[in-house]
Design a protein around this ligand. Structure first.
Ligand code: AMP
Ligand code: MG
Length: 309
């Protein structure tokens, strides 16, 4: 769609979900709340619909998309599920865990979804609106974050509109997202090895893959520079310079805080809203207080490093 088109904003009630299903059915784009961030959904089985995601986001075509499914059963139509994969899915689905698995031969998914990789990234999300939508359609949904490529991920409908208004058909408004950072991504190899490709809300007690994921094209979305607020970002700041907007945490108060009480889940939920606010603030620079690198704090620091890169 071009910038002249109208983006409908519809509440995520039964009528809204029915309308979203209809748009997706006919190959359109709908931004949908998930428990992590808002996703920009299209039917994964349509090359034309998937191409619209890349165009609306300005996303490089080597960056594959996560495919959202209802459950393990639907996942099995698209990937070869090893016992290790099934165990992870049973434990964490529906929820913010994405599994990168061998793509099943004959899986009906547009090639652009996997960017030519022999693997496919699958997730069964927990958000009730996304779940209802997946129940309402008979195809899985490819959905990256609903923002222009490289910029800050959206955690509410207003964030989506700020970057994609006029470029997508609809935003299903389900309020602010809960987890605030994108799903944990793990690869389950055919030999049973499990590697974390992106830290996220779910901790599965694995070391990050050696050498950093950026080293390979395998997880190209893990580009060093991503989530960019469009201004220089300084990390581990204990106080603000005069020209800085300070995002605080715990004892470091800041212009806004991720969590005054030092709660990491709260900090994750507020991360992107704080970055959006910092991006819109008059100060030309952004500083961010230190965040402990444990639990979901690893995901927060991962996103902050990319915002600062
Ligand atoms: P986004 O939806 O913008 O958070 O990006 C989704 C991310 O999932 C991509 O950028 C990749 O890092 C990852 N991903 C998707 N498909 C694959 C795959 N087949 N192999 C490895 N990583 C993947
Ligand atoms: Mg993204």
């Amino acid at each position: 769609m071009s910038g002249k088109n109208v983006t409908e904003v519809v509440l995520a009630n039964a009528a809204g979900i029915a309308r979203a299903a209809q748009i997706l059915e006919s190959g359109g784009l709908v931004a949908v709340p998930t428990e992590t961030v808002y996703g920009l959904a299209a039917r994964a089985d349509s090359a034309g619909a998937v191409a619209k995601i890349y165009a609306a986001k300005g996303r490089p075509d080597f960056n594959p998309l996560i495919v959202h499914v209802r459950d393990v059963r639907q996942a099995a139509e698209y990937a070869d599920l090893s016992p290790a994969a099934v165990a992870l899915a049973d434990e964490h689905w529906p929820g913010p865990l994405t599994l990168v698995l061998p793509r099943r031969a004959g899986a009906i998914v547009a090639d652009a979804v996997t960017a030519g990789l022999p693997t496919i990234a699958l997730r069964a999300p927990a958000h009730p609106a996304m779940r209802s939508l997946l129940e309402a359609v008979d195809f899985p949904l490819a959905a990256p974050s609903a923002n222009r490529s490289g910029f800050i991920s959206p955690t509410c409908a207003a964030h989506v509109l700020a970057s994609l208004d006029g470029r997508i058909n609809m935003v299903l408004d389900g309020g602010a997202t809960m987890a605030g950072v994108e799903s944990t991504i793990v690869a389950v190899r055919s030999d049973g090895r499990i590697e974390e490709l992106r830290p996220g809300p779910i901790q599965i007690g694995l070391q990050a893959a050696g050498g950093g994921i950026e080293a390979t094209i395998e997880a190209p979305g893990q580009l060093a520079s991503h989530y960019a607020p469009g201004k220089p970002v300084r990390l581990n700041a204990l106080e603000a310079a005069p020209d800085e907007f300070l995002i605080g945490f715990g004892a470091v108060a800041g212009d806004v805080t991720l969590s005054a009480g030092g709660d990491l889940s709260e900090a994750a939920a507020r991360l992107y809203a704080a970055l959006h606010e910092a991006a819109d603030a008059p100060q030309p620079r952004i500083a961010v207080a230190p965040v402990p690198d444990e639990g979901i704090g690893r995901a927060i620091n991962d996103r902050l490093r990319r915002a600062a890169a």
